[in-house]
Design a protein around this ligand. Structure first.
Ligand SMILES: Cc1ncc(COP(=O)(O)O)c(C=O)c1O
Length: 465
């Protein structure tokens, strides 16, 4: 008789068909919303790429990205109010393309252990625009790696390994970044175990806070929620006694807007506990919230700040970790030593991107039009009972759809309906946390574009309710 070992493995979900991403509405969209060429490329994509949650099958296929616009394989155009937060300066900015071309002609690559003018100039520039005295820099190819560089610095500087971060946060897909992240999707399943010592607290989301504190438009209690979360952080830092760092998005991109004074309390708690404060500004940095960095709103300077995404101007991948000079303590260890650490082309792209943001006053545009958009969203809330909350800072905006304003139950079905209606009418964005229409427009988005986009959303909600 053949002896069979008992199978104790956790069953692996069969995602080979990408079924986890196919709701009925998504199937309808695939069948009716897309043209033949677009569908054909999506099918080829699904045949040759490894399937994974969220991105298989793809929602569409693009052949052109220009300014705030995406164009699919059949010529359908969408205002892109998502753009993975890379398109601050708009897709394919001519000045950026020219700078990249010139750099490729001049010096296309610098092997690691060689430096180059573009890398040094970018590091110097980041030191000038970053808050406080953050000035020592390391570059990586992606945000997740830059987060892990920050975690390594915190470990070496404090001699501790534990971290404290927020449930529902996202910091990237690497093992280290997923460990400090708090989104279930990136933490569950058979991919673990993750890093030890990664502890979490609830986020500073006032609208759906788990503390039973009432929060409504007429009766906001954001600061009470902020006080509770800040005291939970202080409590955990004290009880553990050996946490290396608190790591967080200062303004979660859902968006959750930090209550007034919240970050000052957390900064003080970190200082008292000897823990570092790391801000992940990968989506929010470089102007998204109407200030160069989201933490500028809160007048709090972290020990380490991480940026990425838009840093590459929506063309090349580059991310950066920047810290105060006293944290330059890893000279005897390998922090990154990534292949593209001093790539002159990605560094030139980043430098030019920052210059474009400054010269075209894009941060100011996000602040001004973003504030106007938020007012307009409040008007929409007056007219649609399905809107439970609207919130935002600059060009990070959210419309939270609910089944009832009393229970605040997420109206996920409605959100999906609204989403596909908007796509049909030429507007793309993202749904977060099941029911939040999350708008991250490019910083070049004008008031007229914004008005048009909000009009599309307004009509979609009216049509779906
Ligand atoms: C807040 C935040 N941190 C980190 C990352 C990871 O960046 P990347 O995808 O470049 O690794 C992301 C990406 O979406 C992000 O939104």
């Amino acid at each position: 008789m053949v002896h069979q070992e008992p199978d104790n493995r956790i069953p692996t979900p069969d995602c080979s068909e990408g079924e986890s991403n196919l709701s009925a509405k998504r199937r309808d969209w695939n069948d009716a919303g897309l043209g033949k060429r677009t569908r054909a490329l999506i099918d080829r994509d699904a045949a040759c790429f490894l399937h994974q949650s969220v991105s298989t099958p793809c929602m569409s296929a693009v052949r052109k990205a220009e300014g705030i616009w995406l164009e699919d394989m059949d010529g359908r155009r969408y205002m892109d109010f998502h753009g993975n937060s890379v398109h601050h300066i708009g897709y394919g900015h001519p000045r950026l393309k020219q700078a990249i071309t010139r750099q490729m002609d001049e010096l296309p690559f610098a092997p690691r252990r060689f430096t180059c003018e573009a890398a040094v100039a970018l590091a110097e520039k980041l030191g000038q625009i970053s808050p406080g005295n953050l000035s020592k820099v390391l570059f990586t190819t992606g945000g997740s790696d830059a987060i892990e560089t920050a975690l390594k610095i915190a470990r070496v500087a404090t001699g501790r390994f534990k971290t404290l971060s927020f449930w529902d946060s996202f910091h990237g897909a690497g093992f280290g970044a997923s460990s400090v992240g708090g989104e279930q999707l990136f933490r569950m399943g058979p991919i673990g175990p993750l890093l030890p010592g990664a502890e979490h607290v609830p986020p500073f989301d006032a609208y759906r806070n788990p503390f039973g504190i009432e929060h409504s438009r007429d009766n906001p209690h954001d600061e009470e929620v902020g006080d509770i979360v800040a005291s939970l952080i202080r409590f955990a830092l004290k009880k553990e006694g050996d946490i290396a760092a608190v790591i967080a998005e200062p303004n979660r991109a859902v968006p959750y807007i930090p209550p007034k004074g919240f970050w000052k309390q957390v900064r003080a708690a970190c200082d008292d506990a000897g823990a570092l404060l790391i801000f992940d500004e990968i989506p929010t940095g470089l102007g998204k919230t109407g200030r160069m960095f989201a933490c500028d709103h809160d007048e709090v300077v972290p020990d380490i700040l991480v940026m990425g995404k838009a840093l590459g101007g929506g063309i090349v991948p580059i991310a950066a970790t920047i810290c105060r000079p006293e944290l330059d303590v890893c000279g005897d260890f390998a922090l990154g030593h990534y292949t593209h650490e001093k790539n002159p082309v990605t560094c030139r792209a980043a430098l030019t991107t920052i210059e474009i943001i400054e010269d075209e006053k894009l941060v100011e545009n996000a602040a001004e039009v973003g504030a106007w958009a938020l007012e307009r969203m409040h008007d929409m809330m007056d007219r649609h009972n399905a809107i439970g909350d609207v919130r935002g800072r600059g060009y990070l905006l959210g419309i939270d759809l609910v089944k009832s304003r009393v229970t605040k139950e997420a109206a996920s079905d409605l959100a999906e309906q609204v989403f596909y209606r908007c796509l049909e009418n030429g507007l793309s964005f993202k749904i977060s946390m099941g029911s939040v229409l999350t708008l991250y427009p490019s910083l070049v988005t004008t008031k007229a574009d914004m008005e048009k986009a909000l009009g599309i959303i307004d009509a979609a909600i009216a049509g779906a309710t």
